[in-house]
Design a protein around this ligand. Structure first.
Ligand code: AMO
Length: 440
């Protein structure tokens, strides 16, 4: 095995995209991964990739120090290297300049070539790519997706903080289910059974007492039995809860948050969007609003019958997505279809103050006004076959002036699917977890 160089006093002076004609004649140090080596008429061209882009290193055999030539002979694509040299302005190179190297250090040797092509060529299957995800993430499309994700998270955080919400973190190891028992992951907590949190639901509701307006961006866990393009076992949920408001206020908040986020992505990620080859339109606000009953009627007209109280199947959501290919809400669901903490509607207790926030056929978020009376909450728990005793730590908080409150939980990955036009949720998740994947 070849000996590696040490980093020692080597430090980066510039990223690839900063190597421009204005630096002509300057000595620079760059680091990155060797994307290609090409020989042409006695000249060797290296293309070096770093997190910002690419730079060309050009070596005329008779003008380059022997030590550099020796190193180039032994190096393979995808190795990580450092180059110190002089910038030369040249039209044909990326960003109009290249580097003529004086010194080179080899910092990480690529022992083997990736099992799939990173730059162009036929795209390998998702499973093959996920098996060595960090290499897959170097693909320019993946880079674009995760830079957009970064911007989406930043914009949502900024938006909520500016609106006066405080960011909280709640336990992910919990004692009781919040969204019903079926999708829980049991774990061994010392000598007791515990669960991974399906949602910060109960904690965020409790936290409106000390903080009034809270949000959390964190992982939630769902033991989904089937492998679909839209479900994972671990996702990032954006949860919001607020005191003294109703579900209608929360829908307006989502509208503003999505509008702000799309605008930020359009402004800050134009090159990534261009790279993904799609235009991201500014959403039309206010978003359309359909009740659950409206949706059944729309579907019936399309020849798809869904009975009152039935969930919208994948097939009926597809039909709906064709008719409403934009952001919209489905409100006023039958009470028994929603969790115990959702508030039944004043004069029509069989429907509740709830919404699903949708884009086309994809459910992005759900939320609603919450039950704030302890008596009603106990009744709702029993109606849903849940044991109030198991929720005693939650219920006792309701003795201390629980205000009316409302909120939502939005799946970050689902939102990313919509913003980056990905059909498979795994493409927008760095290390996805599903029924059959627990590694890497
Ligand atoms: P719900 O269970 O509808 O509501 O989840 C909220 C949102 O989280 C996303 N989501 C998922 N995304 C991918 N894979 C999954 N397995 C998965 N499960 C959920 C969806 C969904 O709309 N406590 C309530 C929210 C609230 O009322 O505040 C809740 O968790 O985008």
């Amino acid at each position: 095995m070849k000996k590696l160089d040490e980093l020692k006093e080597w430090r980066r002076t510039h990223y690839s995209i900063e190597i421009t004609p204005e630096l002509d004649g300057k000595r620079v140090t760059v680091f990155g991964w060797l994307a290609s080596i090409r020989e042409q008429g006695g000249i060797t061209f290296l293309i070096l990739h770093d997190k910002e882009g690419a730079v060309q290193i050009t070596m005329h055999k008779d003008k380059i120090p022997r030590s550099v030539l020796e190193k180039v002979k032994n190096i393979r694509e995808h190795s990580s290297i450092g180059i110190r040299g002089i910038v030369k302005s040249i039209d044909k190179a990326p960003h109009g300049a290249e580097i003529i190297p004086e010194e080179m250090c080899i910092l990480g040797i690529a022992q083997r070539q990736p099992p799939f092509s990173l730059f162009g060529g036929k795209m390998a299957s998702i499973d093959k790519r996920l098996d060595i995800r960090v290499l897959d993430l170097r693909r320019p499309k993946a880079q674009a997706i995760f830079r957009i994700r970064h911007t989406v998270l930043k914009s949502i955080r900024e938006f909520l903080i500016k609106k006066g919400y405080i960011e909280v973190s709640t336990p992910k190891i919990i004692a009781t289910a919040t969204e019903g028992g079926a999708a829980l992951f049991p774990i061994l907590y010392y000598d007791k059974e515990a669960f991974l949190a399906q949602s910060p639901q109960l904690y965020k509701e409790q936290l409106v007492i000390p903080f009034e307006k809270v949000f959390e961006i964190g992982p939630i866990f769902r033991a989904e039995e089937s492998r679909t393009l839209r479900h994972l076992s671990e996702i990032v949920s954006i949860d919001v809860e607020e005191a003294f408001v109703s579900y209608e206020d929360i829908m307006r908040l989502i509208e503003q948050m999505i509008y702000h986020t799309v605008k930020e992505v359009r402004e800050r990620c134009s090159s990534e969007m261009e790279f993904l080859g799609h235009e991201l339109p500014v959403p039309k606000v206010p978003f359309k609003n359909f009740t659950y009953k409206d949706v059944l009627e729309i579907l019936e007209k399309e020849g798809t019958t869904v009975n009152w109280g039935d969930d919208l199947s994948t097939q009926s959501l597809k039909v709906l997505g064709k008719i409403i290919p934009e952001f919209y809400f489905i409100t006023d669901w039958p009470t028994f279809m929603k969790p115990f903490y959702i508030k039944p509607k004043g004069d029509k207790q069989d429907i509740c103050e709830s919404f699903d926030f949708m884009h086309g056929s994809i459910e992005l978020a759900s939320g609603g006004s919450r039950v704030s009376s302890k008596r009603l909450l106990v009744k709702r728990l029993k109606e849903q076959g849940l044991e109030p005793k198991l929720f005693r730590y939650h219920l006792r908080v309701f003795d201390y002036g629980m205000p009316p409150h409302a909120g939502f939980g939005l799946g970050l990955e689902r939102l990313m699917m919509v913003l980056t036009w990905q059909e498979n949720i795994r493409e927008v998740t760095i290390f996805p977890r599903d029924r059959s994947r627990l590694t890497p």
